[in-house]
Unconditional design. Sequence first.
Length: 290
Amino acid sequence: MTAVRLRRLLLAACALIGGTIAFTMLLAEKDARGDLMLEAHVVDLSPLERLPPSAWQTLAGKRIYFGHQSVGDDILAGVAEIGRRQPQIHFEIVASDPAALRGRAAFAQSYVGSNGDPESKLRDFTQRMVAAGPGSVDIAFIKLCYVDVVATTRTNELFALYKETMAKLEQMLPQTKFLYVTVPLTAQRTGFRTRVKRLLGMVPGDDADNRSRQAFNELVRSEYRGKRPFFDVAAAESALPDGKRVTCSIGSDAFPCLAQSYTTDGGHLNDTGRLTIARELLLELEKLVR
């Protein structure tokens, strides 16, 4: 075989392989982005409308405290937007510590701890609640962030700390109802490098992170769902309006990830995501005052 012919065969083989890879990546991208066209106006708020105005008046008359970071801001923006769309659902959302709620009905919220350091968040939340004292808050909850649970997180140890922290708070503040919350997710990346990694059988970092979040969230669900007030942020973030679930996978292991429709940057929530998650939060909070 001449050198020229060999070169032509190699070029043809490269072209065939390249075309196959490009086509496969296109299909993967189409699949990952299959829920991109949802807009905020498609969010169904009728479950909120079906509850009587008196239910929302009762909830608005409670002293609520929420410790969080930036995704919490997104959710609260959704709560405020729902209030603009449905005037019967209105809260006075204030930036303050729970101690400021003594004798005052409001939805207080503040940042707690540092992102990437879940122990600092649990510690800060505890200190603020203890400083407020018994009887100061009717409903309280803390939401860890997706950056707090990643592939390298020791999920069993973190859950043990979460469980211990919340048990102590329940004992110290028996008049407060605590809402237990799962950790939010991130969306599956669809960039060129990420798609090449998947084609080569490598595990992208975000996929590994979401698998770790699933492990932590399953511990939270097993311990509290059906037994304590419970808000499954991760389930809401991965559920589409038609009931389908958005998932990632590593090998045969499938787990939920954030719907592309709900995010601006793969982690924070857009208008559609804010309304969707805020709706679910309000429905869970309303159950606490029935």
